[in-house]
Design a protein around this ligand. Structure first.
Ligand SMILES: O=C(O)CCC(=O)C(=O)O
Ligand SMILES: [Fe+2]
Length: 323
């Protein structure tokens, strides 16, 4: 782990933007922990899973079969890459050119987030499909095979969950492969720098995910919060569990029965945080039909999100498609 930065000695691997002046307004005082429902992947009950998806839109997954050791190794390797000097990461890894499998970003990631405030985060963007073929810098064969193995677990987990959700929602079995296509899944592996002045700032501003499902494999530092009944609640880290949340696409597919939960990440003044997030989406051209939204495809949704961010500085999201 990087040495904790002090006010006058900033870790050279941290993006200067994140050590500079742009500060979002401090969020409201810390909320109480929320009881996050547990879902057991080895004993899925679709009715109970459905209840959780309708009420909170997020749960803690146990018995998920992802080996702890694999998760630790991916995290360590990600940290090794992110601990390179900032300029080197920026020059060598930040351009998404020619199928490079690992892309470095900092500040506001391109997805779904407000441009008005700086997110106190940096990370690696890895597309699942790019892992086997990619031969990019800093993406060694051993990192690739680690990510491939990790990716297989993620695909197994989201498929198992989605099958159970589809039963609960009584989705047409012929449409399942289009509603959620793990082959175009992406990883975002984050480091939330630790800077004294980051205390009570946002690591990631409030947003909903554009995904069908998101799986979050967080370390033991904490900082993830969800909005529930108009209050923010910590989602405490618990060893050997994963956090899964519903994204916008599943909210639309479920005709607003399931909730794409709003969440954010607090920055931390004393300890760096790392999280590995996996996002799955529908097939790009799959037409999402429901009585709550006009018909749209995920690729239209994506384009609209980017357009709204450019125009207004914010993701508008599903509201834009509401009938
Ligand atoms: O780092 C986390 O725990 C959550 C990140 C997140 O919300 C996102 O990438 O959409
Ligand atoms: Fe998110």
């Amino acid at each position: 782990m990087s040495a904790a930065a002090t006010a006058d000695a900033v870790d050279p691997s941290y993006p200067p933007l994140l050590s500079g002046a742009a500060m979002p307004p401090p969020p409201p005082p810390g909320p109480e922990p929320l009881h996050v429902p547990l879902i057991d992947l080895e004993n899925l009950e679709h009715k109970r899973l459905g209840d959780v998806c309708r009420s909170i839109g997020l749960f803690r997954l146990v018995n998920h079969g992802l080996p702890r050791e694999l998760s630790d190794r991916v995290q360590a390797e990600t940290r090794r890459i992110l601990e390179m000097p900032f300029e080197q990461k920026r020059e060598e890894m930040s351009e998404p050119d020619g199928g490079r499998p690992v892309v470095y970003f900092w500040g506001t990631p391109a997805v779904s987030l407000s441009l008005r405030s700086v997110n106190w985060v940096e990370g690696l963007h890895v597309s699942l499909a790019g892992i086997p073929s990619g031969d990019g810098l800093h993406c060694s064969a051993s990192f690739r095979s680690l990510m491939e193995e990790y990716g297989k677990h993620m695909v197994r987990i989201v498929k198992t969950l989605f099958e159970s959700m589809a039963l609960d929602l009584k989705l047409d079995p012929n449409l399942l492969d289009s509603c959620m296509d793990p082959s175009n899944g992406i990883f975002r592996m984050y480091r939330y720098p630790c800077l004294p002045k980051a205390q009570s700032c946002l690591g990631m501003g409030a947003h909903t995910d554009s995904s069908v499902l998101t799986v979050v494999d967080q370390d033991d530092v904490g900082g993830l919060e969800i909005l529930h009944d108009d209050s923010w609640f910590h989602v405490m880290p618990v060893a050997n569990t994963l956090i899964v949340n519903i994204g916008d696409m599943l909210q639309a597919i479920s005709n607003d029965e399931y909730r794409s939960v709003e969440h954010r990440v607090l920055a931390n003044g004393t300890k760096e945080r790392m999280s590995l997030c996996f996002f799955v989406f529908p097939k790009e051209d799959f037409k999402i039909r429901s009585s709550s939204y006009r018909e749209f495809t995920y690729s239209e949704f994506k384009a609209q999100v980017q357009e709204d961010i450019k125009e207004t500085g914010d993701k508008v999201g599903l509201k834009k498609f509401k009938l």
